[in-house]
Design a protein around this ligand. Structure first.
Ligand SMILES: Nc1ncnc2c1ncn2[C@@H]1O[C@H](COP(=O)(O)OP(=O)(O)O)[C@@H](O)[C@H]1O
Ligand SMILES: [Mg+2]
Length: 406
């Protein structure tokens, strides 16, 4: 039965393609679809290749559709257009910065201007039959976001045969994970405050635009040598293929994952990003990951050890979550944050606790966090122009340790 459904779907797909070639109106219809759903939140982890749904809600595009969408200067109706894609040959690759699970990132020079950019080559192996339209929407959404702490997407490039897609972004010298691994001492509290305010401001902007990042962690926060961090890696590439075997555990990290996700909540929202921000805050203070779990159960167990086992009082609805019945944890009644971060001021601890609040409804929002009095007590956030600069591993500079001056 599955087979006949699929072949029916394929017939529709072909018919749609034929139609598109003959009817420019169809292209318009497609563009409207893109436009209408452009502010979709990132609820879908995987894109399912389901040709049956093509007629009503195309999830993937055929090669022809892909060409039309990418090459037509009128692909989207409003806002910045996904205009005709330029050829990636206009850039000269300088060095490979990182090979992640979903794409390879290069440092590259635009040949005509000599300007340096980062190029992320998306892995498309799993999408031989079409280009996932949800990714186009997501790229489009990100192009709409202009914020000093969100990495700017410049353009999308392709190879002449369309086999590879590259996202061209502004280049930043560091990611926070690599940088922190090479720092002898953690960031100063004044620096941490500045970085946190920047992160919160970026995430507040995303949330106001109905975008949940879902993968906030230090390796997805880029930093330049002017004391600025920028949120990157919006899972753009995640929709294109599965993670590569061995590196999966390392890259798709659980460490920043909220307890509601770990416990199988089917509905979640922007609060999951605030949990991750809490973990990042603690990591910035301590210079080591807060909750480095080795698997989902271990992750939950580490959370409960640190914050106490949740119950109906601390988290109304806790027992309704799918996984609370299947896993049993010994009761641990204490919140140990105060003893772990004994040197942090009461206001700092208060903010940390507000990020790491079990009940997503009670967890602090990004805009509330920016107003927290912790940021107004001494030491005050350090102006970003006073940040030290660091040797950039991504540019192939030698590692040197940072000794804070102030
Ligand atoms: N715009 C950029 N400038 C400099 N380095 C970058 C940039 N984007 C990504 N990187 C580097 O590449 C790494 C992987 O990129 P990312 O977008 O997070 O891909 P993945 O989906 O593989 O995690 C980052 O952790 C960072 O080190
Ligand atoms: Mg990443």
């Amino acid at each position: 039965m599955g087979k006949s459904i699929r072949s029916k779907g394929q017939r529709k797909n072909r018919a749609l393609r034929r139609e598109m070639i003959h009817k420019p109106k169809e292209e318009e219809r497609l563009n409207r679809l893109v436009e209408n759903e452009v502010v979709e939140t990132k609820q879908q982890e995987q894109i399912s290749v389901d040709t049956e749904k093509m007629e009503t809600e195309p999830k993937i595009l055929s090669k022809k559709q892909k060409e039309m969408l990418l090459m037509s200067p009128d692909s989207c109706l409003n806002g910045p257009k996904i205009t005709g894609c330029r050829n990636v040959d206009l850039y000269e690759k300088l060095n490979r910065i990182e090979e992640g699970s979903y794409g390879i990132v290069y440092r590259a020079k635009e040949k005509s201007t000599g300007r340096i950019f980062a190029l992320k080559k998306l892995k498309l192996e799993k999408e031989k039959d079409g280009f996932p339209i949800t990714s186009i929407r997501e790229i489009h959404t990100l192009k709409l976001i202009k914020h000093p702490n969100v990495v700017e997407i410049i353009e999308i490039c392709t190879t002449s045969n369309f086999n590879h897609i590259f996202i061209v972004m502004e280049y930043l010298e560091h990611d926070l994970k690599t940088l922190m691994e090479n720092m002898a001492e953690p960031f100063l509290l004044s620096e941490t405050k500045t970085l946190m305010l920047q992160l919160l401001s970026a995430v507040d902007c995303l949330h106001n635009n109905w975008i949940i990042h879902r993968d906030l962690k230090t390796s997805n926060l880029l930093m330049n040598n002017r004391g600025q961090i920028k949120v990157a890696d919006f899972g753009l590439a995640r929709r294109f293929g599965s993670p590569m075997g061995e590196v999966t555990q390392l890259v798709v990290t659980l460490w920043y994952r909220s307890p509601e996700l770990l416990l199988g909540a089917t509905t979640y929202s922007t609060e999951i990003d605030l949990w991750s921000i809490g973990c990042i805050f603690a990591e910035l203070i301590d210079n080591s990951p807060l909750l480095p779990g080795k698997g989902e159960i271990d992750q939950l167990s580490k959370i409960f050890q640190l914050l106490g086992t949740p119950n109906e009082t601390s988290w109304p609805g806790y027992y309704d979550l799918p996984n609370t019945r299947t896993v049993n944890f010994a009761n641990q009644p204490n919140n140990n944050l105060t003893s772990k971060f004994a040197y942090l001021s009461p206001l700092g601890l208060d903010l940390l606790n507000k990020f790491l609040t079990y009940d997503p409804q009670k967890r602090i929002t990004a805009s509330e966090a920016m107003e927290h009095p912790f940021f107004k007590e001494s030491p005050l956030p350090k102006p970003s122009e006073l940040f030290p600069s660091f040797p950039s591993k991504a540019s192939g500079e030698r590692k040197r340790y940072h000794s804070p001056q102030i």
